[in-house]
Design a binder for this molecule. Structure first.
Ligand SMILES: Nc1ncnc2c1ncn2[C@@H]1O[C@H](COP(=O)(O)OP(=O)(O)OP(=O)(O)O)[C@@H](O)[C@H]1O
Length: 235
């Protein structure tokens, strides 16, 4: 397949990414092909330095690949200028990092409301939307708590809810359980699998926790920039 397919919110076609390395270059991604369907969640595993973060950064359109295409919900990222890419990211992509970078002075509901506010929504509907999402991630009772009053797992739940505020088509998740104990890690991966279905997003989760990959629809393994298993899911 080498044409945009809107049933596949995330498509990477022959994506190669090279970084300068001394006199030469290093191939962080080597002709990667990947498609993830709406409502499907893929685990991305692989040793350190194999290119997982590079793949997420390319899929997030935070970095332009050396060659190949990144297609988000039918839009080819390389056709866009930087301002258009920023708009595409805001409208279509939710990004969840390892450490929830929440603002210390804001309550959980405010962390989410900011997101809608920046998109031009007024406060009342933003609050309603934020409360709905906090309810979905199991934090309706903690809406008024600030980050220091929440556990690590709860902070990650706020992070997930915040990423969903923009109603993304693609959810990119980098090591969401790295700072959590086993039980909390499992509940976070289960929650990600749940919201993937509920919101019909295409989710890619980089993880070292192979224990929890059975909660996801498929698994791809990276090694030296090459995607070992390139599965088409959700077709
Ligand atoms: N900005 C950069 N400049 C040069 N080389 C880079 C850069 N970022 C990553 N690399 C190299 O690209 C390759 C892939 O790195 P990447 O961080 O994507 O791997 P990873 O699988 O995410 O690793 P980890 O699990 O340790 O985060 C590695 O050889 C790395 O050293």
């Amino acid at each position: 397949m080498n044409t945009p397919n809107t049933n596949m919110p995330l498509q990477l076609i022959d994506v190669t990414l090279e970084y300068p390395d001394g006199d030469g270059t290093i191939k962080a991604l080597d002709a990667v092909n990947l498609s993830v369907g709406a409502g499907k969640m893929l685990s991305l595993i692989g040793p350190s330095g194999s290119g997982k973060s590079s793949l997420l950064a390319a899929a997030a359109t935070l970095i332009r690949p050396t060659s190949g295409l990144v297609i988000i919900d039918g839009t080819t990222a390389s056709d866009l200028n930087d301002a258009q890419l920023t708009a595409l990211r805001r409208e279509k992509i939710g990004i969840i990092f390892q450490q929830p970078n929440l603002l210390a002075s804001l309550t959980a509901v405010e962390q989410l409301m900011i997101s809608d506010h920046l998109r031009g929504k007024s406060l009342k509907p933003a609050k309603k939307h934020a409360m709905e999402l906090l309810d979905i991630v199991g934090l309706a009772d903690s809406a008024k708590k600030r980050p220091h009053q929440l556990s690590g797992g709860q902070r990650q739940r706020v992070n997930i809810a915040r990423a969903l505020m923009g109603e993304p088509k693609v959810l990119l998740v980098d090591e969401p359980t790295a700072a959590l104990d086993n039980a909390r890690s499992e509940s976070i991966v289960r929650l990600l699998a749940q919201v993937t279905k509920e919101f019909s997003v295409a989710t890619v989760m980089v993880t070292h926790d192979t224990e929890f990959i059975s909660f996801t629809d498929s698994v791809a393994a990276m090694r030296d920039g090459v995607l070992g298993i390139s599965e088409l899911v959700g077709s």
